[in-house]
Design a protein. Structure first.
Length: 130
């Protein structure tokens, strides 16, 4: 009898857990906030794994990519893109204390901004999606 009661309690507890409670992993998409087409776009999600990156052939102004699944991503991304034939690179500044993100949906917002020397540079912001 104790085994049946225990089994009923265990099944009841497991049925109360939603997929959101047990799923691990990150879904990442990229959004182009700039007025330029981003070509040969690469978003690096890890400093140490060479296969942890998102590659997009072309992303038009205002366009977002589909979500791509990663086991984890760093809180800052390195990005390389071609804008009007010019290759722009933004290196992620990662410290030993940065903790990888392991759960949720995120958007990597990329913009092309002009610095004081009238040269283009990439601006990258990571936001959590609802």
């Amino acid at each position: 009898m104790k085994k049946i009661v225990f089994l009923l309690i265990a099944v009841t507890c497991l049925s109360c857990i939603s997929d959101d409670d047990i799923s691990i992993g990150v879904n990442l998409r990229v959004t182009n906030l700039s007025d330029f087409e981003l070509e040969d776009l690469t978003v690096y999600t890890s400093m140490f794994e060479t296969d942890d990156f998102l590659s997009i052939e072309s992303l038009l102004p205002g366009e977002s990519s589909n979500y791509t699944y990663f086991e984890e991503i760093l809180p800052q991304q390195g990005v390389k893109a071609s804008v009007n034939g010019e290759t722009l690179i933004r290196i992620a500044l990662i410290s030993d204390t940065d903790v990888p993100l392991i759960k949720g949906k995120f958007s990597c917002l990329i913009d092309v901004v002009e610095n004081d020397n009238q040269q283009n540079r990439l601006s990258v912001t990571l936001i959590k999606d609802d």
